[in-house]
Design a protein around this ligand. Structure first.
Ligand code: PGA
Length: 238
């Protein structure tokens, strides 16, 4: 547990920096949402001080079905704006499922295979939804799931609506890495800030391993770290 969101981001950024420094051609799994923004800012600053990404390969967790890569609310646009446009990564080494692919099921299979083709992810950075989801693996999901098209839970659609002008524009489906895809990474680091994540964090860490809280499947991973601020950890404290 860390005192502030800033310390969570600094620690997450330090772990990724150490990995890139020791393994310049490492494979990173990345997340979107508000949680990793400060971590990405930190990585951009480290790049300005010499950290190189030119051999790094990245995989993102998810993308909205139906959104083209240049849609301002797509996760392609988010990653460009918050990280990729500011570092020396080769864009052909960045992988995000395409929400506008002609055949979304085929796109999911292609994405999953491309992770296998590079030998798997070394370090996957995650956030958590207030309903316990990881990526868009919503409550009720299968622990053996791989990348696939899913319907978003009503609370996720509501949470995402803050980014869209009109309610009818909020995507109802997404392409998402599965629980098994995420668990296949060598190391997993989940970040959470704020009291609205406290219940999901407590269920994920101290509750039963259950599809009711998809993040609880992380308990089965041998190298998974939760970086929490005091508010997100508040229901775990004595
Ligand atoms: P947030 O989303 O980082 O915007 O809180 C996390 C998530 O829903 O996985």
């Amino acid at each position: 547990m860390l005192a502030s969101p800033a310390q969570v981001a600094e620690t997450a950024c330090g772990m990724i920096t150490d990995l890139i420094t020791s393994v310049p051609d490492c494979v990173l799994g990345l997340a979107t949402g508000s949680t990793p923004l400060d971590t990405y800012r930190g990585l951009v600053q480290r790049h300005q001080h010499g950290l190189r990404f030119d051999e790094v390969e990245t995989f993102n967790l998810d993308e909205y079905a139906g959104l083209a890569s240049d849609h301002p609310q797509s996760y392609h646009a988010y990653m460009a704006e918050n990280l990729f446009d500011h570092i020396d990564i080769d864009r052909s080494d960045t992988h995000i499922p395409r929400g506008d692919a002609d055949d979304l099921d085929e796109e999911c299979l292609r994405f999953e295979q491309s992770i296998r083709d590079v030998g798997g992810v070394d370090h996957w950075l995650l956030g958590i939804g207030s309903n316990g989801h990881v990526a868009f693996n919503e409550p009720g999901c299968d622990p053996d799931s791989t990348t696939r098209v899913v319907d978003l839970a009503p609370e996720t659609i509501t949470a995402n609506s803050r980014f869209f002008d009109r309610a009818e524009d909020v995507p109802r489906r997404a392409l998402t890495a599965g629980i098994s895809t995420i668990l296949s990474a060598d190391r997993i680091v989940l970040l959470a800030y704020g009291a609205n994540k406290a219940e999901a964090v407590a269920e994920a860490i101290a509750g039963p391993v259950s599809p009711d809280c998809p993040a609880s499947f992380l308990q089965t991973h041998p190298d998974c770290t939760f970086l929490l601020d005091t508010a997100a950890a508040s229901l775990l404290l004595p």
